[in-house]
Design a protein around this ligand. Structure first.
Ligand SMILES: Cc1cc2nc3c(=O)[nH]c(=O)nc-3n(C[C@H](O)[C@H](O)[C@H](O)COP(=O)(O)O)c2cc1C
Length: 352
């Protein structure tokens, strides 16, 4: 009897459909490793594919790296023109200084050769400049899609909020003009009217939006009295801001939604999907737990779906979004006052 039950469970989960679509790419499941050093080498990338990743987003090629290469090229050309003694021994540029851009393109090609799953490349920058034209080279190297990470701190106080948002649209539009592969945008949450910006991003040609970029904060080292840069990985509680925005955006945009930030456990993944995410991006969870975390998430989500009578991800997706939620105001200001006024300071610390 026990064996029969186990078979039934296995059969039931096998027939369940976890497939999804992200940026127009048909994926077998919603578990996508997000941009991280894990794609810098082929072995970890293969391990992610073997563990069940349905696509992967590469580490970024940064605007600053492209510009440094270009500066170096200009400087070398200038020195050759001036006929410096050693200049005549320079080999053609690409051989002398392969540069980060060429290394990146090579890695796109290598990943495409080594893997069967779609490979999404990543460009990372903040200003509208020549760097976006490298999107075309990325496409030619074989990338299936491109994520544009616009990580910008509005520290110039003379720049009005509308200009900060327009910067995103301009960079995206210039990038989209370069390529025919799908382009997604990865943003951080600090925009005054995020929903409006996301709709404008879609209108400007994006196929997907990845929310949210993790915002690394500088710290102070009180021994050296200097600013210190520490990279801290996320925790599950960081997922709530993303979850809220998945819920608010679901049904208000046609492009794909990627939940990035704080997805560690089966529950985290389920919450994102129930709120409307098409895929859950994974970074800290994989860095901390290894590729096996994808299998654990996959099996855990399937088991939960089976217990709750869902047959497909399509059926589950967005079923607790704001649009479909029994308590839609909870995703906005609703319950805020109630929640604060119900809070009681701990009696052990603050006795009556
Ligand atoms: C070590 C490390 C390197 C990262 N590199 C990139 C990168 O090159 N480009 C990018 O867009 N995001 C990068 N990220 C951000 C992740 O892709 C992800 O958006 C972020 O960590 C939040 O997701 P998580 O909570 O699953 O970690 C990096 C994160 C970490 C921890």
């Amino acid at each position: 009897m026990m064996i029969r039950l186990m078979n039934t469970t296995a059969e039931a989960t096998e027939s369940m459909d976890l497939s999804t679509t992200y940026m127009g790419l048909a994926l077998k499941n919603p578990f996508v490793p997000s941009s991280s050093p894990l794609t810098k080498r082929l072995d970890p990338a293969r391990q992610l594919e073997d563990a069940g990743a349905s696509a992967l987003v590469m580490y970024s090629l940064f605007e600053e790296e492209i510009e440094a290469d270009e500066q170096q090229a200009i400087q070398l050309a200038h020195e050759q023109d001036l006929g410096h003694g050693e200049a005549s021994s320079y080999l053609p540029m690409a051989e002398v200084y392969p540069g980060r851009r060429d290394e990146y393109l090579e890695q796109v090609r290598r990943l495409k050769e080594a893997l069967e799953i779609p490979v999404i490349a990543s460009l990372n920058g903040t200003t509208l400049g020549g760097w976006v034209r490298h999107a075309r080279a990325i496409q030619e190297a074989g990338a299936d899609g491109l994520e544009l990470n616009i990580y910008y701190i509005a520290a110039d106080f003379s720049e009005a909020p509308a200009a900060v948002e327009q910067r995103v649209i301009d960079i995206l539009s210039a990038t989209v003009r370069q390529v025919s592969i799908p382009v997604g945008v990865k943003l951080f949450p600090h925009y005054s009217s995020l929903g409006n910006l996301v709709q404008r991003i879609e209108a400007a040609g994006a196929s997907g939006i990845a929310l949210f970029n993790r915002f690394y904060q500088p710290d102070l080292d009180l021994d050296s009295m200097e600013v210190s840069q520490t990279l801290s990985l996320s925790r599950s509680r960081d997922a709530l801001i993303t979850m809220r925005w998945m819920a608010l955006l679901y049904g208000h945009v046609n492009m794909s939604l990627a939940a990035t930030g704080g997805v560690h456990t089966v529950k985290d993944a389920l919450k994102m999907l129930l709120c409307g995410a098409d895929v859950t991006h994974l970074c800290s969870a994989l860095l901390t737990n290894g590729p096996g975390q994808i299998e654990r998430l996959h099996d855990g989500v399937l088991a939960w779906m089976q217990q709750h009578g869902y047959e497909s991800l399509r059926q589950l997706k967005g079923s607790l979004s704001q649009k479909n939620s029994p308590d839609p105001v909870a995703f906005e200001r609703g319950n805020y006052l109630q929640m604060l006024s119900r809070y009681e300071p701990p009696k052990s610390v603050w006795p009556d």
